[in-house]
Design a binder for this molecule. Sequence first.
Ligand code: FAD
Ligand code: DHB
Length: 390
Amino acid sequence: MKTQVCIIGGGPSGLLLSQLLHRKGIESIVVERQSCDHVLGRIRAGVLERGLVDLLREAGCGVRMDREGEVHHGFYISHNDAIERVDLEAHSGGGTVMVYGQTEVTRDLYDARAAMGGVILHNVQDVALHDLKSQSPHVTFQMDGEDQRIDCDFVVGADGFHGVSRPSIPEPDRREFEKVYPFGWLGVLSETPPVSPELIYGTHERGFCLCSMRSQVLSRYYIQVPLSDKPEDWSDEAFWAELKKRLPASVSDKLVTGPSIEKSIAPLRSFVCETMRYGNLFLVGDAAHIVPPTGAKGLNTAASDVHYLYHGLSDHYLNGDSAGIDEYAEKALARVWKAERFSWWMTKLLHSFPESGAFDARMQQADFEYLFSSDAAQASLAENYVGLPY
Ligand code: FAD
Ligand code: DHB
């Protein structure tokens, strides 16, 4: 097979890039290790920045999001029994976020790719990247027991944190920065009305919690748990009881509980790979960087990578101008590090760290008191939460 851009990974990054390129007349093939049902079964992000919302519209995938997604103008932070609202709109010059699940984004992208006849090869195995420093790289894999090969101009590694693309960059050309946090998030999806019309990020001496939603009849809740916990250690009853203990009484009194329809644990990690380009391989999204989910930045940072690469590849193919792809890694990484900083700060502010002592507890307290007594501090939070400009 032959194409212009071979994209490894059919998650949101790979699908969005493929869809945007196709609309500019640039060909791509997406190769995905899992089945479509598996990809759509993953419950992940829920909060979309303006930049991603605009890209989805540009990709022709915004109709259902604009109909069913909810525009949020603020969110709450609770601290033991106190609760304060962060007015995103007032503090960021009119910024808002869209609450619309990553599962739905991915479904819309699959539907759009299918409608345009986009090529997505599922259930591929043993993907390997070759000749990345040459003008004619190629990708090999197994499909239905047969060896396959795709020749292309560029390879895009959109295959997430555990993919094959990043390790294809030889070690001397790749520097990795990592911080692993000593806890995970246990997430539950339930067919219950959300406890609050806006998200609540909750801190408590028992640990962090988050009240989020997918719609007015579908709620998503998270609690901080030790890394050693497994989802099966937590019955639904135990989850709801723990969540209630971490919320102010004024909120927990209103919590509607019900059976979980999904329960999973995500570890928390900060990670950046420098560089994001090696020869004619470009890394995008979780393949190149991971943030702890506290600031809702993972999918949104993947989207900013897609934005830079999409414009770079379009300029290369349509105008013969390669400046955009040459500057890709530098531009993407500059924004990535800011999202890393914000996510790390939100994580530090809101979680209980097992190793922290009395001084750290006072620092966390002082951080809250400063945040809610300073318009400048809330403006900084709001500016980052709605998304820094591309
Ligand atoms: P992925 O979604 O990981 O997709 C990569 C794809 O590549 C997968 O489909 C995988 O099967 C495929 N693949 C892997 N290896 C290979 C291979 N060798 N060959 C072929 N295919 C391969 N982000 C936000 O912005 N906001 C949030 O609110 C938010 N909340 C989150 C909550 C949780 C609990 C979690 C876990 C994450 C959250 N995120 C959030 C992060 C967000 O989900 C990710 O950043 C996003 O999925 C990245 O998309 P991606 O396409 O780069 O990678
Ligand atoms: C959700 C996840 C997040 O990480 C976050 O910060 C906000 C919302 C969610 O899954 O709804």
